[in-house]
Design a binder for this molecule. Structure first.
Ligand code: BGC
Length: 347
């Protein structure tokens, strides 16, 4: 028995020696602490704030699981690339172990990658994807996100399924779906891919469509409300379908309809992406017809798991599923009234 206890103590001491050394390149003061700098493009973006809340929550769970300390330093770029560059310089100056970047301007990624490489600090981009050439600049660059094209396809399928199930979207019966498109930020991969693919799915299935209007509302509910207000004033009931690149903009379109005291059954068919909590409420009250889960939780977990593997120098493939070397993709899921219960339970 005594022998066993001694051996257990020896193993513990050995583990204690190995882990701290492997843990945090350069963080000699507190070797069992991982320090992660997280730079958000804009904290008040609804989807990004969900990712950020989940990062904090999951980091605490991981601390308990691994018996370590994970310090998250979250900064808000507030839509300014130069502000974000300064925040990342500070993260690197302070010797943080991992940098996670939700880059403001995707074309600025190369500069940030070079900074991280010079400091030898792994860099994980998320939600706003650098171009492939930039991703290939260094082996310690990663991207965590969801494939924008896929969400566009699922949005299109929500519309197709509704038609197949007898929902009349073509209210004037002219055989053509008159639609408006609320686009996210210009230059954001998800905005471009969702806009293109949602409509492509419809036309590929033989549905005739006519675009009455389309514009960027920069992912924002308030801007979408203004666009939709104008479109409703100019085109009124001829708008049969609203395709929004995200839920916040879909909710803005609903706000414009509500302002006019439109009954739910008189509203156009409105779809979004993200499955945010307010969008799930709109689904339940029938104003939003469908959305696509953009997995904020899955993305946050992948970032923390990857950060831990990198910090502890453990095999990355055991922590996350890597595709093409450096990409971690989280799947999208269609959410309609048919399966909403699954998503409410997860709240
Ligand atoms: C989300 C949007 C969000 C944007 C921010 C997109 O993937 O669907 O809701 O505003 O990312 O970059």
């Amino acid at each position: 028995m005594k022998k066993f206890v001694l051996r257990a103590v020896a193993i513990l001491l050995l583990l204690n020696l190995i882990f701290p050394l492997a843990a945090c390149g350069g963080a000699e003061d507190d070797v069992t602490t991982i320090r992660i700098g997280v730079a958000l493009y804009k904290q008040d973006d609804t989807f990004i704030s969900l990712v950020s809340q989940e990062l904090e929550k999951y980091a605490m769970e991981k601390e308990a699981e691994l018996g370590i300390k994970i310090n998250l330093y979250i900064s808000d770029g507030n839509g300014s690339q130069s502000a974000q560059n300064e925040q990342i310089d500070r993260f690197l100056d302070r010797g943080y172990d991992i940098i996670c970047v939700n880059v403001v301007d995707r074309t600025a990624a190369a500069v940030l990658i070079d900074k991280a490489q010079n400091a030898e600090v792994p860099i994980i981009f998320f939600n706003r994807e650098p171009v492939y050439e930039d991703m290939m600049r260094w082996h310690n660059v990663y991207y965590v996100g969801s494939d924008g094209a896929g969400s566009g396809v699922l949005q299109g399928q929500i519309i197709l399924n509704a038609i197949e199930n007898g929902t009349v979207i073509d209210r004037n019966g002219d055989g053509v779906l008159q639609y408006v498109m609320l686009e996210g930020e210009p230059g954001h991969q998800d905005a471009l891919l969702r806009t293109e693919n949602s409509v492509r799915v419809l036309t590929a299935s033989g549905i005739a469509v006519e675009k009455l209007a389309g514009d960027s509302a920069n992912w924002q509910r308030g801007q979408a409300l203004e666009k939709m207000r104008t479109w409703l004033r100019d085109m009124g009931e001829s708008i049969e379908l609203v395709i929004a690149n995200n839920d916040d903009m879909a909710l803005g379109a609903i706000d414009a309809c509500t302002e006019l005291e439109m009954a739910v059954e008189d509203m156009p068919f409105i779809v979004g992406v993200d499955a945010t909590p307010p969008a799930l409420i709109a689904l339940q009250d029938g104003t939003l017809k469908g959305t696509v889960l953009n997995d904020a939780e899955g993305q946050a977990h992948a970032m923390i798991n990857l950060s831990c593997a990198l910090a502890f120098d453990e095999p990355i493939s055991a922590a996350v599923e890597l595709v093409d070397g450096n990409y971690i993709w989280l799947p999208y899921v269609t959410v309609t009234l048919d399966n909403i219960e699954d998503f409410l339970e997860e709240e």
